[in-house]
Design a protein. Sequence first.
Length: 117
Amino acid sequence: MASMYIFGAGYAAQPQRDDPAARAAADRAKSKADDVETRLDRAMLTMEAIWTLVRERTGLADADLLQRIADLDATDGMLDGKVRRPPIKCPHCDRTTPNRFDRCMYCGGDVPRDPFA
Ligand SMILES: [Zn+2]
């Protein structure tokens, strides 16, 4: 039966539990995910510390922070909880280059860097 064949092929493609290479790859992936989680927890704690200091010393309120988050979120045209930063035009060669690098990927000229890109 055709459906049994498809099921059998999919099942055969699954890594075996005792495959040492697959186990090592899974362990590396888990270690990397754990590291990212630890760093994210630290970054969240740092942001909360900064925000509570700013709130205490400036009179700004949580509503001000939430409004700024919404405003920044909307700068790329989508309220989706993230900001997509478009490529920038190189001031030396006029081509567009990713904004996450300090130099143009085409001509190597210095480009202004967005600190949050
Ligand atoms: Zn360039």
